[in-house]
Design a protein around this ligand. Structure first.
Ligand code: ARG
Length: 595
């Protein structure tokens, strides 16, 4: 469906053209004075300069051509030359009726759907998920869902970190603790056990221990480094078998944790999967003269003449021949091009890695790993800070595990629910889990991703203001009105989406406001998808929820005597509920039936 704003722009554009002015002056924007009008066109002011005429004269001429258009309830030219526009509520009624009959609520499918890979989450094997993993998971999941809803073919990849020193550290520490394990016996000929020689709890204890220990003991670190090289060479069967155990135990646990966050990857590719592409990639870079040797290392220069900042070369191989994070990301690009030939790859990664990704992207273009037709986007996110403005930590200054963070927010919501009303303990716990997740995600997603934000449990869990619980509370309120309506009339309207929005009649301001915001859904989706911006979805549902609550407080829906009007109101709020449901699904959280 054509966006409301585009329909108005079309009318204005032809009016300008009919008067002999350039069509670009017909552009319309949402009014920045909603008390005066809904939309505005400032083209006459711009045209005045080009045509050397008073803006108000131009505005009046244009108005003559379009003032009788049946879409407008009111259109006026005001000094010095603004055109203020308000659309007829019958137009909105008709628009919303069409939206209600479409499961995509008026969002057209793209003519050419794109194939998009979203690289997000980025967990590392054997390291517990901590708060640093929260943002890439939450933002990436939402970016993926928005792009998919916009009609693209989207693949979300966890890009598991399994290729670093952490593997060598764990193997070396295990060897120290349990040297008798068959994995360390080089003469072992049998089948390795299918059961891992450790639990996830042990694994999670081993890694931080070994990591801290290696910092104090250089000889241990050296041993771990060597173990990593041996593992990566693939020549030690025992190490490879252990590595597989580490991977399995870890991924099982990661999946559980991501499930709890309602984050679901389509692919669980690993850094190690890209390694087979490395030798040919290196050969190619050398052969085509892209790479040069610098102090023993193999590098590709990516500096451009126009650079004002320092641009380090992209290192492909260390002087000892070892590969790096860069090498893996470039090889992963080769793999992604081969498997999916995507039109776009979006990296949802900590913004502190921005320069790194710029180097990698430039190197990928220069070496022709990625063609110009594939867009590479770095979607960097800021830090989640504590109330002291510093990166969020536990009370004793440690890194907070994600599970603990989630429990703390659920506990807070639970207390709020219990203080509001009597409820069965287990029901309250389950509702708290649903609402807690919404509080956490909305608290994060409502900020522009690149910005840092303060994690504030009290604010995030508040049932009032720009919060997840407020949105859910609004949805629960609509559900309860619909349940009452069903009790009174026997009509279950939630399943009957074709109910009519109504005919011409007097409508209050709060009703029109609600209709107007609802009608902006397709416009909002379009922007959110183009800009990979979940915060636009949040801003929209906050406006929609506020508009609904304004409408709710002004009208007694259930007590309304005029039954036609009541049915129209019900149809409107059913649509509002469906829009809210669709949006929270894009943000990847859910609403309870009551709270
Ligand atoms: N595992 C990495 C980390 O913990 C994040 C991976 C980001 N994605 C990528 N393609 N490099 O920092």
């Amino acid at each position: 469906m054509k966006k409301v704003i585009d329909q108005i722009t079309e009318i204005m554009t032809s009016a300008f053209v009919e008067c002999g002015y350039d069509n670009k002056f017909g552009m319309v924007t949402v009014s920045n004075r909603p008390d005066l009008c809904q939309y505005q066109c400032n083209g006459a002011l711009a045209a005045a300069k080009q045509y050397k005429k008073a803006p108000i004269m131009i505005a009046n001429e244009v108005l003559e051509k379009c003032k009788d258009n049946e879409m407008f309830a009111e259109i006026t030219a005001i000094m010095p030359g603004f055109i203020n526009i308000t659309v007829k509520s019958e137009f909105l009624v008709d628009y919303l009726s069409k939206m209600a009959q479409d499961d995509r609520f008026g969002c057209d499918l793209p003519e050419n759907p794109l194939t998009i890979v979203v690289d997000y989450g980025g967990p590392n094997v054997a390291k517990p998920l901590h708060v640093g993993h929260l943002r890439p998971a939450i933002i990436g999941e939402s970016v993926k869902r928005i792009a998919r809803f916009a009609g693209h073919n989207v693949i979300g990849d966890a890009h598991l970190g399994d290729w670093g020193l952490q593997m060598g550290l764990i193997i070396t520490e295990l060897k120290k603790r349990k040297p008798e394990l068959c994995y360390f016996d080089e003469s072992f000929e049998g089948e390795y056990p299918t059961e891992a020689p450790f639990t996830i709890a042990e694994l999670e204890e081993i890694y931080p221990y070994a990591n801290a220990y290696s910092k104090e003991h250089p000889e241990f670190k050296e041993e771990a480094r060597q173990a990593t090289v041996i593992l990566q060479s693939g020549k030690n069967k025992g190490y490879t078998a252990l590595w597989n155990h580490i991977l399995n135990v870890s991924v099982t646990d990661l999946k559980k944790n991501y499930d709890n966050l309602n984050v679901h990857f389509d692919l669980w590719k690993k850094e190690s999967d890209a390694q087979p592409y490395v030798p040919a990639m290196v050969e190619d870079m050398k052969k085509n003269g892209y790479a040069r040797i610098s102090e023993g290392a193999l590098v590709v220069d990516v500096k451009e003449e126009t650079d004002t900042k320092e641009m380090p070369p992209c290192m492909i191989l260390k002087s000892d021949g070892g590969t790096l994070y860069n090498t893996t990301d470039l090889a992963t690009l080769i793999e992604r091009m081969k498997l999916f030939n995507p039109d776009s790859i979006i990296y949802v990664v900590d913004k502190r890695q921005e320069l790194y990704f710029e180097t990698v992207f430039r190197c990928a273009r220069k070496t022709k790993i990625v063609p110009d037709t594939t867009k590479l986007t770095f979607l960097g996110f800021g830090t989640m800070n504590g109330k002291d403005g510093k990166p969020f930590k536990t009370r004793d200054g440690g890194v907070m595990r994600l599970e603990n963070l989630i429990s703390s927010i659920n506990e807070e919501v639970y207390k709020k629910i219990m203080s509001n009303r009597e409820m069965d303990e287990s029901e309250a716990r389950s509702i708290a889990k649903t609402v807690g997740l919404a509080a956490l995600k909305y608290g994060d997603l409502s900020n522009q991703a690149a910005k840092d934000y303060v994690f504030d449990v009290d604010r995030f869990t508040s049932f009032e203001g720009d919060t997840g619980p407020y949105i859910l509370y609004t949805m629960v309120r609509i559900k309860s009105i619909l349940a009452k309506y069903k009790d009174v009339t026997g009509k279950d309207v939630t399943s009957d989406v074709k109910i009519s929005m109504g005919e011409a009649r007097e409508r209050g301001k709060s009703e029109v406001d609600l209709m107007l915001i609802a009608a902006k859904f397709n416009d909002m989706i379009d922007t959110a998808a183009k800009e990979n911006a979940p915060h636009k979805v949040c801003a929209y549902i906050y406006d929609l929820a506020n508009a609904f609550n304004g409408f709710y407080h002004e009208n007694k829906i259930i007590a309304e005597e005029d039954k036609t009007k009541q049915a129209e109101w019900i149809a409107l709020i059913v649509l509002v509920l469906r829009l809210l449901e669709c949006c929270i699904d894009l943000l990847a959280f859910e609403a309870p039936d009551r709270m």
